[in-house]
Write a protein that binds this ligand. Structure first.
Ligand code: ADP
Ligand code: MG
Length: 156
């Protein structure tokens, strides 16, 4: 487990960008996975989950602007990666509005997690704990001052 304190949104984005690049290059089992890479993001409103995903997407080479898919629940972005090509996708899920994890099952969750080409990041992952695979990575965010956030990274 790694624990990092960031002191601004851009520090959080930079941390995420680096992590994404590491996942892409150094630890790239992405080309040979059997299932999706899933990262559950935990933490309250304003804790920095979306900010983190913005940096993460940049690290994956995604140029589009990332906003929380609060109302649509899920958005996906094609990777344009020199390493992986264009077969991989970042799937950004915001579980905030879900009343039941079943709603995500209806959005093809099982298919998504079984595709090795998906990198799935879930905001408000506590809402779908029941259906989150046990070996998912976990990142939790905590306020500790106006611009400070404690970010704990487990199992990446
Ligand atoms: P969440 O998705 O967890 O609800 P957001 O990323 O949407 O959170 O919002 C985080 C808010 O906190 C943004 O307004 C951002 O500018 C602000 N902020 C201040 N300091 C930080 C920091 N160190 N890391 C991330 N966001 C920060
Ligand atoms: Mg958010």
């Amino acid at each position: 487990m790694r624990k990092i304190i960031t002191a601004s949104p851009s520090q959080t984005k930079n941390l995420a960008e680096k992590l994404a690049k590491q996942i892409l290059l150094v630890k790239s089992d992405l080309a040979s996975r059997e299932r999706a890479l899933i990262i559950g993001l935990f933490g309250d409103l304003g804790a920095g989950k979306t900010t983190f995903i913005q940096g993460f997407a940049k690290g994956l080479g995604i140029k589009q602007k990332i906003i929380s898919p609060t109302f649509v629940i899920m958005k996906s972005y094609k990777l344009q990666s020199r390493v992986l090509g264009t077969s991989h996708k970042l799937i950004h899920i915001d579980a905030y509005r879900l009343e039941n994890p079943k709603e995500l099952i209806e959005l093809n969750w099982n298919e998504l997690i079984n595709s090795p080409h998906n990198i799935i990041l879930v905001e408000w992952a506590n809402k779908i704990k029941k259906i989150l695979p046990k070996n998912s990575a976990k990142i939790s965010f905590k306020h500790c001052g106006k611009n400070k956030r404690e970010i704990k990274i487990t199992r990446i």
